[in-house]
Design a binder for this molecule. Structure first.
Ligand code: SAH
Ligand code: SF4
Ligand code: F3S
Length: 492
């Protein structure tokens, strides 16, 4: 394991090991030397700053980057006034790309006054050849560019960057490799994401993820369980299992294991109090999973079940492989089996060819399912996906009008669903001291709702019972119950 490595023992005069984590440890040791020398010549420690632009999976990748930068001897900085700045990018919608270019503009100025500064870009956007071309031509101040498939090589790439003044570009088209045992630095001491699979095979026609994250690969259950045990020993009580479609976990393993079976095994791990997962594709959600959730003492009563559209015709064009009726049936079954569940979703408005009638079908599903929350997106054309070349792209003003109506309906339901917990006592994981009022703590319920209540900072990281006193739209104000106080309703 990497945390048992004695860096001084690695012989840097020898050749680098050819592959595996050992090769990366060798380069980490090399980075330590390079960083130490540069810090010496500047007369101060070097600093780094990592920004995540994407989803939970990107956030988890950023923790891996951070782990390596810390091992290399960099200290964390508060902002981009750092010696090493790395952007972990997302390209799921055009907006995500625009944000990165905006930030890069600002970095260009910073680097002018600080020539030794290094700028790195990685993540999903880098998997697009046109993006890399543009960066090469117009953003020559960037020092390192790599993609999603070779992120495990970061130590090696960092060493190459620190040793050269030329831009290092290394983007792979794909990989079968899953490298275990690399350093990772968690953002929160008490909760953590855990990758259970990488990539996606679903090719929803609007989505770029399969092109930039490659084919689906599951981690071996024993590696996942070992990681979770280590996290539990390290004080983590909540984990979120991560994958683009967790319901198809394990299908491609030599010895196939279902996601439900994996959950059963995770449930056994002592010290883990709460289990979450993301994301569930409705087409693969099994009865076995519902059963496991229902019986579990640890799986949070929250399911994120992306709808995308309520129109069967559009769902077909999106290649989602379920109909409106199948989705409704599934949502109903889940609510019937697990009545206290919170359901959330993702919805896209303005997919090519979407008519007013199709859109009304989406509103109909929102009304019937009564989502606790929904993330709503305006369709964004992604070059290279089948939907990008579909005719009948919907005009912007029409999309905007639909989007506003959808948002209103979603919020109306979210408010109503949130209010249903008023007066109850919930177990919450206390995540932080409230940013606006330091006399308050902020806790997250199993349903994913937040509650703010008076309390002491020393409680951050613990799971406590909180009574929900006042619903304020999408969150609550509450009161901490003393351990052992009488409770009339506790839910996970
Ligand atoms: N794997 C997850 C989603 C990952 S992307 C799943 O299948 O649910 C997160 C969300 O971004 C998607 O659910 C979808 O609603 C949205 N999204 C993806 N591509 C998009 C696009 N081209 N335009 C707008 N929204 C998009
Ligand atoms: Fe994209 Fe569909 Fe894969 Fe989700 S399941 S990442 S929406 S292709
Ligand atoms: Fe974005 Fe990549 Fe996640 S495109 S949504 S960061 S998988």
């Amino acid at each position: 394991m990497y945390n048992e490595i004695d860096w001084e023992q690695i012989d840097l005069t020898a050749k680098a090991p050819l592959e595996g984590p050992k090769r990366q440890y060798y380069f980490m040791a090399r980075c330590r030397e390079l960083v130490r020398k540069e810090a010496e010549s500047l007369g101060r420690p070097l600093t780094f700053f990592v920004t995540t632009f994407g989803c939970q999976m990107n956030a988890r990748d950023s923790e891996k980057l951070t782990g390596i930068l810390l091992e290399a001897g960099y200290l964390p900085a508060e902002n981009e006034d750092a010696d090493f700045v790395i952007y972990n990018t997302c390209t799921v919608r055009e907006n995500a790309n625009l944000k990165v270019y905006g930030h890069l503009g600002l970095l260009k100025h910073k680097k002018k006054s600080k020539p030794h500064m290094r700028i790195a870009l990685c993540g999903c956007m880098m998997q697009e050849p046109l993006v890399v071309e543009k960066l090469k031509n117009s953003y020559q101040f960037v020092d390192l560019i790599f993609g999603t498939h070779n992120i495990f090589q970061f130590a090696e790439l960092l060493a190459r960057t620190l040793e050269s003044r030329k831009t290092v570009i290394d983007v792979w088209e794909g990989t079968q490799e899953i490298m275990e045992d690399l350093p990772v630095e968690r953002k929160y001491p008490f909760k953590s994401g855990v990758n259970i699979m990488f990539g996606c095979n679903n090719f929803c026609s609007y989505c770029i993820v399969p092109y930039v994250r490659g084919r689906e690969r599951s981690r071996k259950p024993e590696d996942i369980l070992q990681e979770i045990k280590t996290l539990a020993n390290d004080g983590v009580s909540e984990i979120m299992l991560l994958g683009q479609n967790v319901n198809s976990y394990g299908k491609t393993l030599k010895e196939p294991v279902s996601f439900a079976e994996l959950l059963r095994q995770v449930e056994q791990i002592e010290g883990i109090a709460r289990i979450r997962f993301m994301t569930s594709h409705p087409k693969d959600l099994s009865d076995e999973l519902i059963e496991v959730m229902k019986e579990s003492k640890k799986i949070c009563r929250h399911l994120h079940l992306p709808l995308q559209s309520g129109s069967t015709r559009i769902l077909q064009a999106m290649n989602r492989r379920y109909t409106k009726e199948q989705y409704l049936e599934l949502a109903e079954k889940i609510r019937r089996e697990i009545p206290d569940i919170s359901l959330t979703t993702d919805i896209i408005v303005g997919f090519p060819g979407e008519t007013e009638e199709d859109f009304l079908e989406t509103l109909d599903v929102v009304r019937r399912v009564r989502y606790d929350n929904a993330y709503t997106f305006i369709y964004s054309k992604r070059t290279g996906t089948p939907a990008a070349s579909m005719e009948q792209q919907v005009p912007e003003d029409v999309v905007k009008f639909r989007f506003d109506r959808l948002l209103m309906l979603v919020q109306e339901h979210a408010r109503r669903q949130t209010a249903r917990f008023a007066g109850t006592v919930q177990e919450v994981l206390i995540e932080e001291v409230n940013k606006h009022d330091s006399s308050l703590l902020t806790g997250r319920m199993g349903s994913n709702l937040l509650v703010h209540f008076p309390g002491d900072a020393s409680l951050v990281g613990s799971i406590r019972s909180v009574q929900l006193l006042e619903c304020r739209g999408f969150y609550y104000m509450g009161r901490l119950l003393q351990a052992g106080a009488s409770v009339f309703h506790v839910s996970k």
